[in-house]
Design a protein around this ligand. Structure first.
Ligand code: ACO
Length: 262
């Protein structure tokens, strides 16, 4: 995607630029209109490619978001046209509080780095650009591919993760959010103890068990997730405690436990 602006005027002439909120603020659209334009156009193309009703990524959305989000933009100078850049793709990450159960039903409460939006322009897909962009992000964030959670990955992204990082058997974090992790995610993590879980229960309002975050409290955070956009904000059913291997216990595992979705 061409933009009639030479990004090397403001960024180092490197293939990938990391943009945090501070840097985005300094790229004031009145002076550097092309930064906003590149982000907004890629955000729109990404939403279209993923079949989303609303865009996940725009210049304003990143600045307005309650929590810090970081954007990685891949670009290069146009080979023939002066003062023109070619924008290849974007990758947006940020931390989110997630409530998880591993395969042995242990409870975890984590705020991992999440992949929120990932797009490579359709003209240059399947040429290794996504891999370069993703590896760059993992290095910058000091993460391995199995340590991150992913907001509603597409089939193409799942295949990408399997091909380059050997990740298989994705696990749905929680049915209503569409965040996914891989089994490696739980390595070295400490589950929430029974006592911690009960303490949280005693302090929460009408939510049982307390490891389920109240949907309404997700607010803007939830509205900006792919799961929220696609599925709306339907209430989660409350989970009732049950003895081991009773019908209710088996129902709980079906309703609230991990599900392999692919
Ligand atoms: N179908 C199946 N697998 C695909 C596809 C596809 N259409 N596109 C990429 N892949 C996977 C394959 O494993 C492929 O290897 P192969 O060509 O040997 O089969 C590999 O990715 C290619 O790797 P790269 O060239 O490094 O990746 P690319 O530059 O194409 O970027 C990306 C990958 C970002 C998924 C890109 O294809 C894309 O933008 N797709 C459309 C939007 C999308 O699905 N984004 C992810 C949404 S989920 C989220 O953002 C959290």
């Amino acid at each position: 995607m061409e933009i009639a602006f030479d990004f090397s005027e403001i960024f180092p002439n490197e293939p990938i630029q990391q943009l945090d909120r501070g840097l985005l603020v300094r790229c004031n659209p009145r002076k550097y209109w092309a930064v906003q334009k590149a982000i907004d156009q890629l955000g729109e193309l990404s939403a279209k490619a993923q079949g989303l009703k609303r865009v996940l990524t725009s210049y304003e959305k990143i600045l307005d978001h309650d929590e810090e989000q970081t954007l990685y933009i891949m670009w290069h100078k146009h080979e023939n046209k002066q003062n023109t850049s070619v924008v290849i793709g974007l990758l947006k990450v940020g931390r989110k509080k997630l409530y998880l159960l591993d395969s042995s039903q242990q409870q975890f409460e984590e705020k991992p780095l999440c992949i929120l939006d990932f797009y490579v322009h359709e003209l240059v897909q399947r040429k290794g650009n996504g891999h370069l962009l993703y590896n760059y992000m993992l290095n910058c964030e000091a993460m391995s591919a199995g340590m991150v959670a992913i907001d509603r990955p597409s089939d193409a992204f799942l295949q990408f993760l399997q091909k380059f990082y050997g990740l298989v058997d994705p696990i749905l974090v929680w049915q209503s959010t569409n965040f996914v992790v891989y089994p490696q995610f739980f390595e070295g993590k400490k589950p929430v103890t029974h006592v911690e879980s009960r303490v949280r229960c005693n302090h929460s309002e009408k939510v049982d068990p307390c490891l389920i975050p109240p949907v309404r409290s997700r607010g803007k955070d939830w509205n900006d997730s792919a799961g929220g956009i696609i599925h709306g904000t339907s209430e989660l059913p409350a989970r009732r405690e049950a003895g081991p291997d009773t019908p209710l216990d088996r129902k709980n595992k079906r309703d609230f436990g991990h599900q392999s979705i692919w």
